[in-house]
Design a protein around this ligand. Structure first.
Ligand SMILES: *Cc1c(COP(=O)(O)O)cnc(C)c1O
Length: 392
């Protein structure tokens, strides 16, 4: 009921296609083979798809491990989950005074310094639970992670406190597996990680998850697939980069089509249509002047909804299965598009900002290229307050 009302009230909605997720997960499972766990990465509001929309849908598709960046995202995910076996992992930020909440809810978390390890032991001892830690190892990204010279001290500490600390995972992150330019750096990281993994497996034979690969690494460097992969962008239907896509395209040439399908479709509707005489300015200032008598349609989407002002006079949307160019400045809540060459556009017609309409499509990457944004950035900037609607 509440959801239906909010669908009616909103100027635009985001549709999320479950069949596309099924397709993408099948593709990923094919690549990684059996016995490897997929951790579905849902940071950044599930890359704009909405954690509360996406998580239960992914559960239906057989996913039971999810990765978030921070404790607040874990709280959202905890509310959204529907299955008891669903497990959450925090890959980044947990404030000191939230550690007890995290441990109490059996959420696993990255540890990348000794203070955190000690604090986790204290808190776990207090709650009577074991803290489920993933040791993040520094292998060359130089962001967060334990340095090699701490490994022995860590192992001793973890052995001594095994009643309160469970080494559930061992992990690292590659510094840009989506670009061939980083090939040597990735190889070096892989070497360091495997050496460390050998050491820790010797000390803790029951480590459940060894994980390093994100979408780009699992696609471009299959030898970095261990017992778990952390998949973000690919499950949503996007390639981490054009390079990774080209790499795969060659292998999968006989398939002849993109094996990933985008889940998301962002749509609105025409709010008003008017005829404007030749030589008139449209909208604020003098950014756009008609060069003939034009049909101008107004769409209730603007930069406050994530449609960047830098798309003024240059973006496109789809109306009646055809591309219509954004004319003039994108406003806070509205924009105007030229529909002169599209027959019969009228108030209420569907407008697609991202996704397919008829046989036309506005891909996120085309949207991103116009505005110079990465897929990742465009997705995560989609407004949180727009309703997400799951469709088949
Ligand atoms: C975001 C993230 C991922 C997922 O990356 P994709 O490129 O979206 O697959 C994996 N691991 C870590 C640590 C991340 O921060």
């Amino acid at each position: 009921m509440e959801k239906n009302i909010s669908l009616k009230l909103q100027p635009s909605i985001i549709e999320v296609y479950e069949s596309a997720l099924v397709n993408n997960l099948d593709f990923i499972r094919d690549r990684i083979g059996g016995g490897v766990t997929i951790s579905s990465v849902i940071k950044g509001n599930a890359y704009g798809h909405g954690i509360d929309t996406f998580l239960p849908m992914a559960e239906r598709c057989g996913i039971s491990h999810f990765s978030v960046f921070s404790s607040d995202e874990a709280a959202t995910a905890l509310r959204a989950k529907t299955m008891p076996e669903t497990h959450l992992m925090i890959m980044g930020w947990v404030p000191e005074d939230a550690l007890d909440w995290v441990i109490d809810h059996d959420i696993s978390f990255y540890v990348f310094d000794f203070e955190r390890l000690k604090r986790a032991r204290e808190v776990a001892a207090g709650t009577g639970k074991r803290a489920l830690v993933h040791l993040q190892l520094e292998t060359g990204m130089n962001r967060i992670g334990f340095e090699d010279d701490l490994y022995e001290r860590m192992a001793r500490y973890l052995t001594r406190h095994r009643d309160h600390l469970k080494v559930e995972g061992l992990c690292t992150h590659f510094a840009g597996a989506e670009s061939v330019a980083n090939f040597l750096r990735i190889q070096e990281q892989k070497k360091r990680f495997e050496k460390a993994a050998d050491y820790f497996r010797g000390q803790f034979p029951d480590i459940t998850y060894i994980h390093a690969a994100s979408s780009a690494a699992l696609l471009a460097y299959p030898d970095t697939i261990y017992s778990m992969v952390r998949v973000g962008i690919a499950q949503y239907g996007y390639w981490p980069s054009r390079e990774v896509y080209m790499l795969l395209k060659k292998e999968d040439r006989q398939r002849g089509k993109d094996p990933l399908i985008q889940l998301l479709r962002w749509k609105s509707s025409v709010m008003s249509v008017k005829e404007v005489e030749e030589g008139e300015y449209v909208g604020y200032g003098n950014m756009y002047m008609t060069n003939r008598r034009e049909q101008i349609a107004t769409v209730p989407i603007g930069y406050s909804h994530g449609f960047g002002r830098n798309l003024s006079n240059s973006g496109f949307v789809l109306v009646r299965g055809e591309r219509a160019k954004v004319t003039g400045i994108v406003n806070m809540n509205m924009m105007t598009v030229d529909v002169t060459d599209i027959n019969g556009v009228k108030k209420g017609d569907e407008v697609v900002i991202i996704g397919k309409q008829g046989d036309q499509e506005i891909t996120l990457s085309s949207f991103g290229e116009i505005s110079n944004n990465l897929n990742y950035e465009v997705l995560t900037r989609l407004p949180q307050n727009l309703p997400r609607l799951i469709l088949q």
